[in-house]
Ligand binder design. Structure first.
Ligand code: HEM
Length: 159
């Protein structure tokens, strides 16, 4: 693992950082640009349909990002030997944050699926009810956690 990291350290850090950009940057763009823009659509059917489609396409990018983030992190923690150093606490904190963010993502994924089913059955108010917590709490929570993880990443990098 150490030689793997030494030979490909730039590409591994690159994959870690680009995955964080896709996940956290994507959530910020969706929540603060796409979400508000979508509110302008009057027709509930079009509004819900576009929201569901936007989330579906976003998930296609985020799922690989979540997996690559973890795989690159595992390679780094083994190769960089943080165990026994004061920085190890930050590694544990990042693992905890990744886990919580992934659980929150799974909740978002399930809620979108339920909303999509309700939408197909013509139950628009139910679809809206399922989508509401995604914008209200879940994405904002994951944005905050993601920003903390990025800050901890900068700390771990060392200077
Ligand atoms: C699975 C748990 C994680 C571990 C063990 C971990 C570990 C690390 C380590 C060791 C570095 C330093 C790399 C170096 O030496 O250059 C790093 C950097 C970084 N991490 Fe993580 N990470 C984890 C999850 C995350 C998450 C969830 C995010 C954001 C969503 C994230 C974003 C970043 C960023 C942006 C950097 C680059 C910082 C810089 O180069 O200044 N990491 N991470």
């Amino acid at each position: 693992m150490e030689t793997l990291f030494n030979s490909f350290s730039s590409i591994i850090v690159f994959l870690h950082v680009i995955s964080a950009i896709v996940w956290v940057g994507g959530m910020i763009a969706i929540r603060f640009a796409v979400h508000y823009s979508m509110q302008e659509i009057e027709d509930p059917k079009i509004k819900l349909g576009r929201t569901l489609e936007t989330l579906r396409r976003f998930f296609n990018m985020v799922i690989p990002a979540i997996i690559i983030l973890l795989l690159s992190a595992i390679i780094m923690i083994i190769a960089l030997k943080f165990k026994g150093t004061p920085l190890y606490n930050f590694v544990i904190a990042k693992e905890a944050i990744w886990t919580i963010m992934t659980i929150v993502f799974i909740v978002i994924f399930i809620k979108r699926k339920q909303a999509s089913k309700a939408f197909e059955e013509g139950k628009f108010p139910l679809a809206k009810e399922k989508l509401m917590p995604i914008a209200q709490y879940l994405i904002p929570l994951n944005i905050i956690l993601g920003l903390v993880a990025i800050y901890l990443g900068v700390t771990l990098r060392g200077f």
